[in-house]
Design a protein around this ligand. Structure first.
Ligand SMILES: [Fe+2]
Length: 395
């Protein structure tokens, strides 16, 4: 994030003394790209290096499903059971070296605290709300929020009601697209959202209590647990450019045009090797000759994942809330037969969907096999009337 924030108590100058009850507090710089990127400075009651005991390390095994054939995929998540928590309940849908996409419908609150030490996270909240308690302070979250959590942020989500998330994790930095910002970090006039739509923590709670606190940290492809004898949220103040924030998908200002607007018009975030877009309810193209539905396209250099959140999905057959499509490189996709004709004259769409386009192929988690619809590839197939044939596999 590129806007300076400050909460709680910080000394007038960097790297100078700050005391509480006569005790010198511990300054910590959390920075990106060595000492050259964005950073924040936090002031702790205890040194954040202090660890009472090391817990176990658990490797995060990514089991891959390689389908027998290269094809378009459709997955259903609507009826999945709630399992685990914010961390253990993550089910890996797909991933590559740039981004991981997880589905999470947690059954319980995460015990202890969590920190991703090797990736930025964006949690799209499909269902539920609550409070994201973080070392930078509390953020309330609600349905439709993207919770943006920079790596290194210790946090936990305290849910209120049923929860359903789509979680993106990237070893690169997940950012507001550069083309939306000027050189000072100010969001430009044409950007689909503004600083007021971005919500940093609202309340910093300094926890002074001692006890036993577990922090689970994702590092070296797994989870390492650390046991502390102080509360990890013992920060009295911080300032800087690195902190978690929320942005609600309903605050994305959708673009419409005389003719069809391609996905970059809907871009919301970017990371190295991928983009995240928000398809929001909007008026459709108004030229009398316009076809108000996506044209067929070949993703020559990308895989395209779409998670369908709500509304009607006019351009796809067999899609319901919670469906996920994956249209990979090498083969074209577009509206199924008849949908373009049917869409003519439509003036608006109620679709709400989150898309992730990756510039390198995605691999599928073995969990995806359990929710895959094998017939989707043939949803474009219409046998000629004179030679009816069943779609299927050829030798
Ligand atoms: Fe597409």
């Amino acid at each position: 994030m590129t806007v300076y924030q400050r909460m709680g108590e910080v000394p007038p100058k960097r790297h100078t003394q700050l005391r509480r009850d006569g005790r010198l507090l511990t300054e910590q710089v959390m920075g990106m790209e060595g000492f050259s990127g964005n950073y924040s400075i936090l002031y702790h009651l205890e040194t954040p290096c202090r660890v009472m005991a090391l817990g176990g390390f658990e490797h995060l095994e990514k089991k891959e499903w390689v389908p027998d054939q290269h094809q378009h995929m459709l997955f259903a998540t609507a009826d999945l059971d709630a399992i685990g928590d914010l961390v253990t309940g993550r089910r890996l849908l797909m991933w590559n070296n740039d981004v991981e996409i997880w589905f999470c419908r947690p059954r319980e609150t995460h015990e202890g605290y969590y920190r991703n030490g090797e990736g930025d996270e964006v949690i799209f909240v499909h269902q539920g709300g609550g409070v994201a308690e973080t070392i930078f302070g509390d953020l309330t979250y609600r349905e439709g929020d993207y919770i943006v959590i920079p790596r290194g942020t210790t946090y936990r989500l305290v849910p209120d009601g049923e929860q359903k998330y789509l979680v993106f994790v990237s070893p690169g930095q997940i950012e507001i697209p550069k083309r939306y910002r000027n050189e000072y970090g100010n969001l430009l006039e044409h950007a689909p959202y503004y600083h007021r739509d971005i919500h940093p923590p609202t309340e910093l709670k300094t926890h002074e209590e001692s006890g036993e606190f577990t922090v689970t940290v994702r590092v070296r492809g797994g989870h390492q647990r650390y046991l502390l004898d102080y509360h990890p949220f013992n920060v009295v103040g911080w300032d800087g450019f690195v902190y978690p924030w929320t942005f609600n998908i309903s605050d994305f200002e959708p673009k419409s045009g005389r003719l069809h607007q391609p996905p970059p018009a809907h871009q919301t975030f970017e990371g190295p090797g991928f983009v995240i877009c928000s398809f929001c309810p909007r008026n459709l193209e108004w030229d009398p000759q316009a076809v108000p539905i996506p044209y067929n396209h070949s993703n020559l250099q990308s895989d395209e994942m779409i998670y369908y959140v709500s509304g009607n999905f006019e351009s796809r057959k067999g899609i319901e809330v919670g469906s996920i499509t994956l249209h990979p490189y090498g083969i074209p996709h577009g509206p199924q037969p008849g949908l373009a004709e049917k869409a003519l004259g439509a003036t608006s769409t109620s679709e709400l969907a989150v898309m992730c386009d990756t510039f390198r192929p995605l691999r599928l988690g073995d969990f995806s096999q359990t929710i895959a619809n094998p017939d989707y590839m043939f949803s474009w197939y219409q046998p000629p009337a004179e030679t009816p044939a069943e779609p299927g596999t050829i030798a």
